[in-house]
Design a protein around this ligand. Structure first.
Ligand code: PLP
Length: 385
């Protein structure tokens, strides 16, 4: 059966060029970057090159990049490491109600350690008001964490404006951005936007799982959470994942070299999907409409049909999507984001997420839409009896 993989916010397929490069590293250039011989120097070179690429894309310095194992680790180092390094200045943090568990669970951990956290609401499109952020910042606020792109509905926060307001109110408050869903889909400039810390993950951008990075601005104090041999200036000990790092650098380069064309293509596919499913009775698109939001995420509510049932029925047609936030766990739960945008209670369990990548085609969209046209009336009839 033809497969239409529309779950790219959960993870992406690696670019073939990326796999080729990794293969070379695993089979030929497999040295430890800390080794002093030629093999080590060669391995180190891959890291330097990846750093250069990523730093150029973000318009930051290479020294500002710390390689990690994933987006979750980057968020944890930023939030917990940031809080521990700055707790003399205060114990208050701010975030939003629609963050990924990588941020929310780190915040909960800090709450259990006598930090105080303010959770800001969002509007019906999933946007936090910059004014509400500014109002929440206090003298003892050490860190604000706000995601760039929401993983469930694709809302994109006004990061630049929020950064400006945070620093105006309290210049010593750190601003962390979870850019796991935004990097590769939007142009992001942490330094220019007053962002001190920023988390990125490799497997969302056609690099493999097990690699990510954290941007750490100059003079930003973060406590290391991993101890050992002192790699990466002691900020994260452990032998670097050379193949993963090189892969992430190359994937980012490929994504950003044709950025406008690729993003335009994603928006076109997203619009095509929304148009195609528009005549299924009562379906609803959640979050930002048009080109305001992310180009690759569609949140679709199909009242009267349980998301999990729909997901498996689509799977039988070769179409892969997710219900709620698949990257969290496979345990059924009610989405915090959908609750925060005040989706009516019965809709929470009837919402699926379709997420695209540059590897998708119109054919994938038409396959998904025709499967939905076939499945939805059938499932609705079935549920009503
Ligand atoms: N933050 C957001 C917004 C995400 O969507 C995800 C994963 O889906 C993460 C963090 C965690 O990233 P990783 O899977 O690399 O740990």
């Amino acid at each position: 059966m033809r497969e239409a993989y529309l779950d790219n916010s959960a993870t992406t397929r690696c670019f073939p060029e990326v796999v080729e490069l990794m293969n070379k590293i695993y089979l030929e250039d497999y040295g430890n970057p800390s080794s002093m011989h030629h093999k080590g120097v060669e391995a180190e070179r891959y890291i330097t090159e990846a750093k250069r690429t990523l730093a150029q894309i973000l318009k930051v310095s290479e020294r500002n990049l710390l390689f990690t194992s994933c987006g979750t680790e980057s968020d944890n180092i930023a939030i917990i490491g940031g809080a521990l390094a700055n707790c003399r200045k205060g114990r208050h943090l701010i975030t939003t109600e629609i963050e990924h568990p990588a941020v929310l669970e780190a915040m909960k951990y800090l709450e259990s350690r006598e930090f105080e956290v303010t959770y800001l609401p969002v509007d019906g499109s999933g946007i936090v008001s910059p004014q509400s952020v500014e109002e929440a910042v206090r003298e003892d606020t050490i860190l604000v964490s706000i995601m760039h792109t929401n993983n469930e509905i694709g809302s994109v926060q006004p990061i630049e404006e929020i950064g400006k307001r945070i620093k105006k109110k309290n210049p010593s408050t750190l601003f962390h951005v979870d850019a796991v869903q935004g990097f590769g889909k939007a142009r992001i400039y942490p330094k220019k936007w007053n962002v001190d810390l920023m988390a990125v993950s490799g497997h969302k951008i056609h690099a493999p799982k097990g690699i990510g990075f954290l941007y750490i601005g100059d003079k930003v104090k973060v406590k290391n959470l991993i101890f050992g041999g002192g790699q990466q200036n002691g900020m994260r000990s452990g032998t670097e994942n050379v193949a993963g790092i090189a892969a992430m650098g190359l994937a980012a380069k490929l994504l950003y070299q044709d950025f406008d064309t690729e993003t335009g293509k994603l928006y076109d596919l997203r619009e095509l999907f929304i148009k195609e499913v528009g005549d299924i009775p009562d379906v609803q698109i959640n979050g930002p409409q048009g080109r305001e939001g992310a180009p690759h995420i569609v949140s679709l509510t199909v009242p009267g049909v349980r998301a999990e049932v729909l997901l498996h029925a689509l799977e039988d047609h070769g179409v892969y999507v997710s219900s709620g936030s698949a990257c969290a766990t496979n345990k059924p739960h009610l989405s915090g984001t959908l609750q925060a945008i005040k989706l009516p209670r019965p809709y929470l369990d009837s919402t699926i997420r379709i997420s695209l990548s540059g590897m998708n085609t119109e054919e994938d969209i038409l396959q998904a839409s025709s499967a939905l046209h076939e499945i939805v009336p059938f499932l609705r009839k079935y549920t009503r009896h």
